[in-house]
Design a protein around this ligand. Sequence first.
Ligand code: AMP
Length: 213
Amino acid sequence: MRMILLGPPGAGKGTQAKMLKEKFRIPQISTGDILRKAVADNSELGQEAKTYMDGGRLVPDDIVIELIRERIKEDDCDSGFILDGFPRTIVQAEKLSETLETMGLDIDTVIDFEVDSQELITRLTGRSTCPGCGAMFHGTTRPPKQSGVCDFCGAKLYQRPDDNRETIRKRLEVYENETAPLKDFYRQRGKLKSVQGRGTVEEIFSQVLRLVN
Ligand code: AMP
C-alpha cells in the first residue's frame, strides 16, 4: 500500500502515520524528520535546509524530490510506504508520479486531514516532540505522563524551533498557497479521501482505516 498523508502542519499526519506504520508494517517517510536529522547532524543538506525550515518556508523542490527518489527505492519500501509531509507542491507531486511510473507503481490513496486554522495554531503552540521516537504531546490535550519526558522511549521532550507563533503563521500561509492545491491535483486523479481531523487520535485513526480498507 502506497499512501500520502496530506494536510496542514499540526493536522495530525505524523501521529496517524506512526499508527499506520505499526498497523500495516510499512515505513513512514517524513521529509520533515529526514531534514531535521540532517540539521542535527550538521550535514551539507542540513546546513542548506536549516534557513528555510527556521523561516517556515519550503526547502527547494529539487532537494526534497531527490531525497524521496532515493528513499522509495530502498528495500523496506517494497510492500509500500506512507508519505508524511511530501509532496508539498505540484512540482513535487508531478515528479513523484513520474518516479513511481518508471518503477511501474502508483499511489493508492491520498488522505487529506481537515482541521481549522485556529485549532492548528493552538495545537502547534502547545506541542512538544520527542527527539528519540518522534512521538508528539500537547501541554493540555495530550500531556505526557511525566512532564517533559516521552511516554514511549523516555527521551527528554523539546519544542520544535519552528513551532513558534510567527513561524507557524508562515507555515500555514505556505500550506494554503503551495500545498492545498494538491487536493485538486489528487481529486482529479480519483485518489483523494478526506478525514475530519478532530476528536481523539483513535477516533481519527478509525476514520482513516475505514477509508484505506
Ligand atoms: P514538517 O515536519 O513536515 O512540518 O516539516 C518541517 C519543515 O521541513 C517544513 O516547514 C519545511 O521547511 C521542510 N519540509 C518538510 N517537507 C518538505 C517538503 N516536502 N518540501 C519542502 N520542504 C519541506
